[in-house]
Design a protein around this ligand. Structure first.
Ligand code: GLA
Length: 354
């Protein structure tokens, strides 16, 4: 047999494939590693911090591998980005925005108008309503223009309602009246006609009154042609929160026809806020189930064209805001402090998969 004929015979007999391990089984395929962003049909994001991004290699690596969208956790809030009347500080924001742009991730800006993280020069500001209006407009216009073309979507107004559905008595409301919200959206639209504009809020899943207030605001905006593209459901939640209420908030928000963003997801486990808390396996499993239920609800309830994505509020348990907020230890994110995937990660991944 010539060499060519021999090769032909080998090919006919199955070539050089690995033989089956056992009769009737197929060889193991090369393992394909699924990641959050590879299984989801919509963006999966994380809110991030520039010093962790530059200081912790595993943080950056996890973001690059697992996520397709980035939110600025704190560094585009007014206090950080506009510390003095005539001075903006873009350093932290630039680190985050550049990372998102350079790694091909969608960038979501957070947040232009909020009652917290307000710089002292604003809390101490004295002026008539025109001076306050100029302050608001200049801030929104400058920040949105700075990142025009680099930030795809913005939380324009954050947390303007109380849980009872009334307007939160913020310094913005007090100095500018209830119209400050609509005007903030108009200023943002004027500064960047292409950017998507969001109203972001917490608690729509537990307060029917707050949910109704947000929906009424959206309806009012649409009636008056005030620009708004989406609504954020922050979803700082816990293992006990009923799935049905979460589904209801998602369903009613999706019924607006706007984009829907689960914008700040984390799932607390330490419900009693005890010190030196260490979750049992049963609690890890409940956290896993909650991540899965939320991702499944979002994927199946929100029409694909309205899916802005799901964003977790930071990446690993070590980087979460929850422990300092509750003065207890908690473990609310899908990655543990060493960036190892938790059961919650598996639940999240399963829920994201179409
Ligand atoms: C709210 C804000 C976020 C963040 C969290 C917790 O949800 O929207 O910017 O501050 O609180 O830190």
């Amino acid at each position: 047999m010539t060499r060519n004929l021999l090769l032909f015979a080998i090919l006919l007999m199955g070539g050089c494939r690995q033989p089956s391990a056992q009769p009737g089984t197929t060889p193991n395929p090369t393992p394909v590693t699924s990641t959050l962003r590879s299984v989801a049909s919509f963006p999966v994001g994380a809110a991030i911090n520039p010093s962790l991004l530059t200081g912790k290699p595993l943080y950056r690596q996890t973001l690059e591998t697992e996520f397709s969208s980035i939110t600025s956790e704190n560094h585009l809030k007014m206090r950080q980005v506009h510390p003095e009347k005539d001075r903006y500080d873009w350093s932290g924001g630039n680190t985050i925005v550049d990372f998102a742009n350079q790694t091909g991730k969608r960038m979501h800006g957070h947040a232009l108008v909020w009652h917290q993280s307000v710089p002292d020069w604003v809390t101490q500001f004295k002026g008539d309503s025109l001076a306050w209006e100029n302050l608001l407009r200049d801030h929104i216009t400058t920040v949105v223009k700075q990142y025009k073309g680099k930030i795809a979507s913005w939380d324009v107004v954050n947390e303007a309602f109380l849980d009872d559905g009334t307007l939160r008595p913020t310094l913005w409301l007090q100095n500018l009246g209830p119209g400050y919200m609509a005007r903030s959206f108009q200023y943002a639209r004027q500064a960047d006609p292409a950017v998507k504009l969001f109203y972001n809020e917490y608690g729509q899943e537990y307060s029917a009154k707050k949910l109704a207030a947000v929906l009424a605001m959206v309806a009012d905006f649409r009636k008056r042609n005030i620009p708004i593209d989406g609504v954020g459901l922050q979803m700082h939640t816990n293992i006990d929160h009923p799935d049905a209420q979460i589904e209801n908030a998602i369903r009613q928000t999706a019924a607006t026809g706007l984009l829907v963003h689960i914008s700040e997801l984390d799932v607390r486990v330490n419900q009693a806020k005890t010190a030196n808390f260490s979750p049992t396996d049963a609690l890890w499993q409940r956290q896993k189930a909650k991540y899965q239920a939320i991702a499944t609800a979002y994927r199946t309830i929100v029409p694909p064209a309205q899916q802005h994505g799901i964003t977790t509020w930071n990446v690993s348990d070590a980087d979460s805001w929850i422990p300092s907020f509750c003065q207890c230890n908690d473990f609310p994110l899908p990655f543990d402090k060493d960036f190892k995937k938790k059961a919650a990660y598996d639940g999240f991944l399963t829920g994201l998969k179409p």
